[in-house]
Write a protein that binds this ligand. Structure first.
Ligand code: CA
Length: 242
């Protein structure tokens, strides 16, 4: 728990004049605001600074806003996110909402409306965090350790125990394992896995995903050639089940 009462807001926006304008106005309202101009620095800033709310632009260079959001949602499904986007078409809006966006504002917008929505999201978040505190603690504790077959994965320490002994999982292995576990029994495409694990999309380097699966099978399958947990789905990708 932080001692300072000022709420922290991370502005993820690549257009400096918009970002600086929002930062100034949020500061005038009594918030502490920081800017990240691209997806990579946004994720780093989110991890180190732990904001109370994120203002997110969709059109960002290299890693787009929705990919940034998905990386964040893997670890935090409660942080309020307000999308700012020039894309006002309904498809993007639905996509955003399905990725866990809490509110959506199309550019250009009125500053007053922006500030109202920020205030409302923060109020709602603190209200629900009080309400959920107890169940959250027990839920997060029970989700830290996942056991399948003779494997045991501890997400708090990123250590897995399997037939090979003790393995210290890399950050990407942890991300992909969490994705597989939270989508138990559901097919995951290579491009989805690539996007989550590495933050980019496209047809390139899907072999990278395959190499990870080879590694997971070596760690966790009794017979890596006949996988039980990490199964291939022809022309789709992979499915994890236990
Ligand atoms: Ca932009």
């Amino acid at each position: 728990m932080r001692i300072d009462a000022k709420k922290r807001i991370l502005i993820i926006e690549d257009e400096p004049h918009i970002a600086e304008g929002l930062k100034l106005n949020l500061s005038l309202e009594g918030y502490e605001a920081e800017i990240a101009g691209d997806g990579g620095s946004a994720i780093r800033k989110w991890k180190s600074w732990r904001p109370d709310l994120i203002v997110l632009d969709i059109m960002l260079p290299v890693i787009d806003g929705l990919s940034v959001l998905r990386s964040i949602r893997l670890e935090d499904d409660r942080l309020p996110v307000l999308i700012l986007s020039a894309k006002s078409n309904i498809e993007d809006k639905i996509k955003g909402l399905s990725y866990g966006v809490d509110d959506y504002l199309a550019k250009p917008f009125h500053l007053e409306e922006f500030l109202l929505r920020v205030g409302r999201l923060l109020t709602r978040a603190s209200w629900s965090s009080e309400k959920r505190k107890e169940e959250y603690i027990s839920a997060s504790e029970s989700n830290q350790i996942v056991i399948f077959g003779s494997n045991r994965v501890d997400f708090e320490t990123s250590v897995a125990h399997c037939k090979c002994g003790e393995i210290h999982l890399t950050e990407q292995e942890v991300k992909l394992l969490k994705l597989f576990i939270s989508n138990r029994g559901k097919p995951l495409s290579r491009s989805r896995l690539l996007e989550i694990g590495w933050g980019y999309t496209g047809e390139t380097a899907t072999r990278t995903v395959d190499n990870f699966i080879v590694r997971f099978r070596k760690y966790f399958e009794d017979d890596p050639k006949n996988p039980v947990y990490f199964k291939s789905l022809r022309s789709v990708g992979y499915v994890f089940d236990y």
